[in-house]
Design a protein around this ligand. Structure first.
Ligand SMILES: Cc1ncc(COP(=O)(O)O)c(C=O)c1O
Length: 377
């Protein structure tokens, strides 16, 4: 199978699932996403090439541009609006540095650290990180807010943000928006054009190796906002602070003058080659299935799990159970999950289960059987 372009019929979930060798019942996509076989194989081939010294490096580096283009398709922007890097926190550095002294950054009170600390480290120049509950984040935006940074799906709880409400209010207030799509891209349809910046670490729901991440940003033309001097001033200050030879377009270069690549590519850092080789086939596969189809599948599994636990339906592929809720008996449930081979994670005091395209109803039922046996009513 090659790239499934728009003309080809989408792959079914069953066809896609056949590409995974993941053990039963892996329900931990919130921590990391096992690769499809085509991604694993491509990466192993490139590691062999490296080991034997049989190829130049350029074909590995080309995977970065291919992945950039594929990710752009996934979130609805052209490749020149996509920067590549190694981690969300790293990609947010230039954004945080462009904030003026004394700027206020608004975040949900349970936001994952990588979307918080890049801003919080600027406290010495008066940058203030203010928190508000996720469900009232839109109302918390006010005229003093310079930037709102929030996750599309929360790491600790799986809660899905009301992106239209938050971005609408931010736009009214002239505030910039940074959306962290790490726990969402790959199962939740995201449109990068809804926000100023969309940052995604690809090693979870995009099933890529660690060391791969994306940041989308507006073009110079779309960033210009005469009605909001504060926004215009911000984009004037935005600089590719980690610029090196890769930010110059990917061919080795020397000395001055500086020739940065056009568009978001100037924000690239030198890539972890082999990880990007493993990423490209994974993105092709996810696009071949289509996020809408994955969304329907993942939510159905999550809601089957929720129903079995006596929880209401939700719009998230992530289900969390509060360890202090008292409904489950500990450590019995943990022991039973381990004995059944269920992989899940603990985050922010919650047990966290993620349901993705390689999972099926049997995975849900394996986890349910382990957990519900220990439930108290
Ligand atoms: C919402 C969110 N953002 C980002 C990350 C990863 O951050 P980084 O790429 O800085 O390691 C995670 C990892 O758990 C996450 O849950």
């Amino acid at each position: 199978m090659g790239i499934n372009d728009d003309q080809q019929a989408p792959l079914t979930i069953a066809q896609a699932r056949a590409e995974w060798d993941v053990q039963k019942a892996f329900l931990d996509s919130c921590s990391y996403g096992p690769p499809p076989r085509r991604g694993w194989d491509a990466m192993q081939r490139s590691l062999d090439q490296w080991r034997a010294g049989s190829l130049p490096w350029q074909p590995w580096a080309e995977s970065v541009d291919t992945s950039r283009e594929l990710f752009g398709r996934l979130v609805g922007v052209p490749a020149d609006q996509v920067a590549t890097g190694a981690a969300v926190s790293q990609l947010l550095v230039p954004i945080a540095a462009a904030l003026p002294d004394g700027a206020e950054v608004l975040i949900p009170d349970i936001e994952f650290t990588s979307g918080v600390y890049p801003f919080a480290v600027h406290a010495d120049r008066g940058v203030l990180v203010r928190t508000a509950p996720l469900n009232t984040l839109a109302e918390a935006v006010d005229e003093s807010t310079t930037l709102v940074s929030f996750s599309a799906a929360q790491s600790a709880t799986g809660e899905v943000a009301d992106i239209p409400a938050i971005t609408r209010r931010a736009r009214e207030a002239g505030a910039l928006t940074v959306l962290d799509g790490t726990q969402a891209a790959g199962w939740l349809p995201l449109n990068a054009a809804d926000v100023d910046f969309l940052a995604v670490a690809a090693y979870k729901w995009l099933c890529a190796p660690r060391g791969t991440a994306f940041l989308t940003m507006p073009t110079e033309a779309t960033a210009a906002d005469d009605s909001h001097p504060r926004r215009a001033e911000f984009f004037d200050r935005l600089k590719p602070l980690a610029a090196g030879w890769f930010a110059a377009g990917g061919a080795a270069s020397y000395g001055m003058p500086m020739h940065l690549a056009d568009g978001a590519r100037a924000f690239d850092i030198s890539p972890a080659w082999h990880s990007w080789v493993g990423m490209t086939p994974a993105l092709e596969l996810l696009l071949g299935v289509g996020v809408e189809q994955i969304h329907t599948h993942d939510i159905a599994l999550a809601n089957r799990f929720r129903a079995g636990l006596g929880l209401e339906e939700s719009n998230s592929a992530i289900v969390t159970i509060d360890l202090d809720q008292g409904k489950l008996s500990w450590p019995g449930a943990l022991d039973r999950l381990d004995a059944a081979g269920v992989r899940y994670s603990q985050a922010g005091g919650n047990m966290r289960f993620g349901f993705h395209l390689f999972n099926d109803e049997a995975d849900v039922d394996t986890a349910l059987n382990a957990v519900t046996d220990t439930m108290t009513s």
